[in-house]
Write a protein that binds this ligand. Structure first.
Ligand code: GLC
Length: 546
């Protein structure tokens, strides 16, 4: 039995997000696999992360990179066998790394046997596992998510001569959660992976589980009821396992997915993410403070998950039209960088390869409230390839070294599942793990040391946040507090040097100790506390009482 506090492991986690196929190919077929990933666990352990989130690795036609599942309970043969997954899991657990996998609950692939049966005839018992209609006019007005590829949320099925409902690609029919058999079947899938030993699930696309006439078909009370039911079952038989919600919604709507601590343990903070990028471009702290002030409190056992980049586009669904235009103008001038309502780029290229800005954003990610997620490759500043189509440009092979195929695979380069990044700035000859491991001053070495610092102080994962309000708006300053543990974080969001006077009257008689160099700064006295910061510079101070 885990202790009560150990059950809250997700609150203190630093999560690393990766796709098996992008990470390391052990058998030379050009595709990453579980054996390859297992061989890289030492790297992940040394990085200091303590949980791994795996993108879907199940059998799939791969028309949405595996989010189109054709079989929930086995492993895509290109990535290995179920035994390879179990070996990976055991190896991760022996290093005290938790593993979070995907539960794509909203839809399946149209190749899934359930859908094949459902479409085979209107009388088939599986018919009602999906959402059918004789017309495509039901649920009018429900927004389309993949606006670049889909014209409607209905698709025509020529086999059974009717329409089926899909919120994403038309090859991903939505499951019908009004049917109890569907809930049971999905619960069986969860049990399958929980019994194997996974530590938690990211539930994909949760707002869309239930449809009702005359509504937006998002965040409906019935959807919450489905989630509560799953959660109850988890609590009964699988204490210590975690559910993470992918609900790309405004803070108040996402808040509802925590319920009274009886729905999700964690949810992504989607609206915060673009506002971090906005703040750095505008050189103003307002977007960050505003969104965090609008973010409702969550139950004690819950936690936000925060991130800078992931495998999808940087979604701009939760910003205003003006903010979206500004983000496009500043971060995606080339139209090829845009997809749907977002920007398909990685962190380093968005920061124009400016190490100071990458560090500033990573510092924010690791010091603001929530469990941070690092997207594979961002710890070395990998680039992207916006010409690869869909979101594939941010899913290229991990760059391990400057040799053959970046050390990712021994296959012929033509055989790789995706071309490598090979331009002179971000290419694997310039950006790779091997060379950055050798340099104490590389982005990788820097990232390791910040993660280490974060892991050493629980205040980062569990503490409260209080924003200071200095007159210089280019500076974002906050105090994180957990009992006697107090940390002051001061960020210069601008490209020029700044001075700031902080009102630290509540921390009189404290000495700020800079956390990376462990040097003492002048103690807090009666006067405003004066600091100067270089362009994009930030400080983390422990506040020690004298
Ligand atoms: C989620 C995934 C995304 C996928 C979509 C449809 O939003 O993050 O990659 O395309 O679901 O499954």
């Amino acid at each position: 039995m885990l202790s009560q506090d150990e059950n809250l492991w997700y609150k203190d986690a630093v999560i690393y997000q990766l796709h098996v196929r992008t990470f390391c190919d052990s058998n030379g077929d050009g595709v990453g696999d579980f054996r390859g990933l297992t061989s890289k666990l030492d790297y992940l352990q040394e990085l200091g992360i303590n949980a791994i989130w795996l993108l879907p690795f199940f059998p799939s036609p791969l028309r949405d990179d595996g989010y189109d599942i054709a079989d929930y309970t086995s492993v895509h043969p290109a990535y290995g066998s179920l035994q390879d997954f179990k070996d990976f899991l055991a190896a991760a657990h022996s290093r005290r790394l938790r593993v979070i996998t995907e539960m794509v609950v909203n839809h399946t692939s149209d190749q899934h046997p359930w859908f094949q049966e459902a479409r085979s005839s209107r009388e088939n018992p599986k018919r009602d596992w999906y959402v059918w209609s004789d017309t495509d006019s039901r649920y009018q007005g429900v927004r389309i998510i993949f606006i670049d590829t889909e014209m409607s949320n209905w698709a025509w099925d020529p086999v059974s001569k009717s329409y089926y409902w899909h919120r994403f690609f038309s090859h991903q029919p939505d499951l019908n959660y009004d049917n109890p058999a569907v809930r049971e079947a999905i619960w069986e899938v969860m049990k399958f992976w929980l019994d194997i030993g996974v530590d938690g699930f990211r539930l994909d696309a949760v707002p869309y589980l239930i449809e009702r006439d005359g509504t937006s078909c998002e965040n409906l009370p019935e959807t919450h009821e489905v989630i509560r039911d799953f959660r109850k079952r988890i609590d009964l038989a699988y204490a210590g396992k975690m559910l993470l919600a992918e609900a790309n919604q405004r803070p108040a709507d996402v808040r509802s997915y925590f319920g009274n601590g009886d729905e999700f343990h964690m949810a992504f903070h989607f609206p915060l993410m673009p506002r971090m990028f906005l703040a750095v471009k505008l050189e103003d702290r307002k977007p960050i403070i505003e969104i965090l002030e609008q973010t409702p409190q969550i139950p004690d056992t819950c936690q936000w998950c925060i991130f800078l980049r992931n495998h999808d586009e940087l979604t701009l669904e939760t910003v205003t039209d003006i903010e979206r235009d500004y983000m496009y103008d500043e971060y995606a001038v080339d139209k090829a960088m845009r997809i749907n309502l977002g920007i398909r780029r990685r962190l380093a290229p968005m920061m124009e390869n400016d190490r100071r800005r990458v560090e500033l954003l990573t510092g924010l990610l690791l010091s603001m409230p929530g469990t941070p997620i690092i997207y594979y490759g961002d710890e070395i500043g990998m680039g992207d390839n916006v010409y690869l189509g869909d979101r594939n440009g941010v899913r290229t092979p991990m760059q391990w070294n400057g040799g053959w195929n970046a050390g990712f695979s021994s296959a012929d380069p033509e055989r790789l599942y995706s071309p490598l990044i090979s331009n002179p700035v971000y290419g694997y000859q310039a950006i790779n793990v091997d060379s950055q491991t050798r340099s104490a001053h590389s982005l990788l070495s820097w990232t390791k040391s910040v993660i280490q610092t974060r892991n050493a102080f629980r205040v980062f994962s569990r503490g409260s946040i209080e924003f200071l309000n200095p007159s210089n708006h280019r500076v974002l300053a906050y105090v994180r507090c957990l009992g006697e543990e107090k940390v002051l974080v001061v960020n210069n969001l601008s490209s020029s040097a700044q001075a700031v006077e902080l009102n630290l009257q509540s921390y009189k008689k404290h000495i700020p100790i800079e956390m990376f160099g462990r040097n003492l700064f002048p103690r807090v006295g009666d006067l405003p506390y004066l600091l100067t910061l270089g362009p994009y510079q930030f400080y983390w101070f422990r506040l020690r009482r004298i």
